[in-house]
Design a protein around this ligand. Structure first.
Ligand SMILES: Nc1ncnc2c1ncn2[C@@H]1O[C@H](COP(=O)(O)OP(=O)(O)OP(=O)(O)O)[C@@H](O)[C@H]1O
Ligand SMILES: [Mg+2]
Length: 322
């Protein structure tokens, strides 16, 4: 069964001057125990989708259900199953200590200190916040405040968690800690997580599926492995010892018009798209004929960032009618 279902969601914001269609006929479902990435450029509609689920934004039309509950008629039941860290919001009380915040937010979700103490302590350890346990949150750094907000959301132990830009402001090490925590959450606790992020590396690392939105519409909803396979290229990077190979370069630029090359003080680096396996063998034969010593050869692996940029480019071309 789906933990989250969104059907034909639409939201427009109107001001005197203009009307913005923030969410335009968005539909998707997220299964229990799935971790999904919600991606899209600034203003794509990600936060509006999340806020619509949480009842913070009132959509114009469409249906939303969390474990069978909808925000219009059963908001209380829906919110008791959902935790969220929203971008740029004060998700926590700055005058309370780290521990008090965790106990407070878990408490209002029905997780008492007696019930949750061990888990709360575990969260503090995982996020390296033990030393700050009794510090007022207002005295913590930006990244630490973000970590506390995430701890408070997780401490509620809800089946569905929304994290809107969770790694914003986190240092590299903490970002990795968060990834590990989220992976465990999904694998061991079967919790469902929707993460919005501009950090493609994070999404590629932790999510099974990505939903990509642009101008309020879903333009891709695919397993990340499928997205990567779709954009897998046969681009190879060959490093050749000794940068001085004028004859070889002349032959190569004639035979491989899309090849590019660069040199440093001791190497020649070729980048070429070789669609057929035979193209690669022919290139290696040419190198051998010209006495060029091949140091390394790598196939460029696609990453989610490249996929995302390429999809956005296509989408822009489609919108511009080119
Ligand atoms: N309260 C509001 N009033 C008017 N317009 C709004 C409001 N909230 C969002 N919008 C507009 O709706 C569109 C979608 O915004 P949203 O915040 O959902 O995008 P986003 O995908 O979360 O972007 P980002 O990556 O920058 O966080 C934008 O054009 C934004 O200006
Ligand atoms: Mg946003």
């Amino acid at each position: 069964m789906s933990m989250l279902e969104i059907r034909a969601l639409r939201k427009t914001f109107s001001s005197k001057k203009r009307k913005v269609v923030a969410v335009d006929d968005v539909s998707f479902a997220v299964s229990t125990g799935e971790m999904v990435g919600l991606l899209g450029p600034n203003g794509a509609g990600k936060t509006t989708i999340i806020k619509s689920v949480l009842g913070i934004v009132q959509p114009d039309s469409g249906e939303i259900s969390v474990n069978g509950y909808c925000p219009n008629r059963q908001l209380k039941q829906l919110l008791s199953r959902t935790a969220a860290v929203l971008e740029g919001s004060r998700n926590i009380y700055w005058r309370l200590s780290v521990w008090e915040n965790i106990c407070f937010f878990a408490g209002i979700h029905g997780v008492s200190v007696a019930m949750g103490k061990d888990y709360f302590e575990q969260l503090l350890t995982t996020f390296n916040l033990k030393e700050k346990r009794d510090s007022e949150v207002r005295l913590l750094s930006q990244g630490m405040k973000q970590k506390v907000a995430i701890c408070c959301a997780l401490a509620k132990q809800t089946p569905l968690v929304f994290l809107d830009e969770p790694t914003l402001g986190l240092d590299v090490e903490t970002s990795y800690e968060l990834r590990d925590v989220l992976k465990v959450l999904v694998q061991n606790e079967q919790r469902t997580v929707v993460v919005s992020s501009h950090d493609m590396d994070v999404i590629q690392d932790i999510c099974q599926r990505a939903i990509i939105v642009s101008n309020g519409r879903v333009i891709a909803d695919e397993k990340i492995t499928n997205l990567l396979a779709l954009f897998a290229s046969r681009t190879f990077r060959l490093v050749i010892a000794d940068a001085h190979h004028p004859e070889l370069l002349e032959v190569l630029t004639q035979k491989l018009p899309h090849m590019s090359y660069s040199t440093n003080d001791r190497q020649l680096i070729l980048t070429a798209n070789l669609p057929q396996a035979n193209d690669l063998y022919s290139l290696i034969d040419l190198l051998r004929e010209h006495g060029a010593e091949l140091e390394t050869i790598n196939q460029e692996a696609p990453d989610l960032e490249k996929v995302f940029v390429s999809l956005m480019r296509k989408e822009r071309e489609r919108c511009n009618g080119t």
